[in-house]
Design a protein around this ligand. Structure first.
Ligand SMILES: NC(=O)c1ccc[n+]([C@@H]2O[C@H](COP(=O)([O-])OP(=O)(O)OC[C@H]3O[C@@H](n4cnc5c(N)ncnc54)[C@H](OP(=O)(O)O)[C@@H]3O)[C@@H](O)[C@H]2O)c1
Length: 236
């Protein structure tokens, strides 16, 4: 299994927890090789044995290289945790248009690219976890009735969605293949760089709900859901 953005924060916590709980190889990916190897070395010091592989989710050649590595060395994939993301502070001086463009490119487009590229490698009963945020629920809630109706239309396609806000994944199509389960979740308010360390949860606590989604048992009916505090939430 593999976690994106595993070198720090919630992703690091997820790798740590899965090294303890997942019966299989755990691959910590990071865009920066030095930071990724340092994270692996820190976990080695705790007696844990994740592997490292470089992945910049915004770089298609990096995604393709990882895909070939997974195919050649593992013949497939059982679990994908899309954790990597960026966020701007509330008082960021960066213009909104730039923040929106950069955030969508990483948090939506690149996450979708990784998911689409690796999807053919998924074995039956695989799990995909999108580490999202409760803010996504709030964001839908403040949309107009018309946009909400379009966003929440069960037949909405990715192309249609890109036209609306270029965010979100049409997870329903993933949920039809071989008990492959796709869920999104919120880790809570976590003490990481992303929150300027104002979050109240530790990274290990922040990892709990993503790991809960990652290890859902065969035949689970929690699919295509939004989960926080290890509980399925009403969407939106
Ligand atoms: N912290 C919270 O309270 C909170 C609340 C709700 C949701 N979340 C979600 O939890 C997830 C993790 O957040 P966090 O708080 O742990 O953030 P963080 O400490 O800032 O860590 C973000 C991780 O994503 C990586 N990343 C960013 N862009 C990347 C790219 N293009 N390719 C590969 N990796 C990339 C970062 O790598 P670098 O080190 O190289 O930058 C880092 O490893 C995110 O999806 C976030 O939206 C967090």
């Amino acid at each position: 299994m593999m976690v994106t953005g595993g070198n720090k924060g919630v992703g690091f916590g997820i790798v740590r927890a899965l090294c303890k709980q997942f019966k299989g190889d755990v691959i910590l990916t990071a865009r920066n090789v030095d930071l990724g190897k340092k994270a692996v070395s820190d976990l080695n010091a705790e007696g844990l044995k994740p592997e490292f592989y470089q992945l910049d989710i915004c770089d298609m050649s990096s995604i393709e290289t990882l895909k070939q590595y997974l195919q050649s060395n593992y013949g497939g994939l059982d679990l994908l945790v899309n954790n990597a993301a960026i966020g701007y502070g509330i008082d960021s001086p960066v213009p909104f248009s730039e923040r929106a463009e950069v955030t969508i490119r990483t948090n939506f487009t690149a996450t979708l690219d990784v998911t689409n590229a690796l999807f053919p490698l998924l074995r039956p009963h695989s799990r995909i976890v999108h580490v999202s945020s409760r803010k996504s629920k709030w964001s839908v809630n403040i949309c107009s009735d018309t946009i909400q109706a379009r966003l929440l239309d069960p037949s909405l396609t990715i192309e249609q969605l890109k036209e609306i806000i270029q965010t979100f994944v049409e997870y329903r199509e993933f949920n039809s293949k071989d008990d492959i389960v796709v869920n999104a979740c919120c880790p809570g308010y976590v003490d990481t760089d992303l929150t300027s360390h104002k979050g109240t949860k530790t990274i290990d606590q922040g990892a709990e709900t993503p790991v809960y989604c990652a290890l859902l048992p065969e035949g689970t009916d929690i699919r295509g859901k939004f989960v926080s505090d290890k509980t399925v939430q009403v969407w939106p």
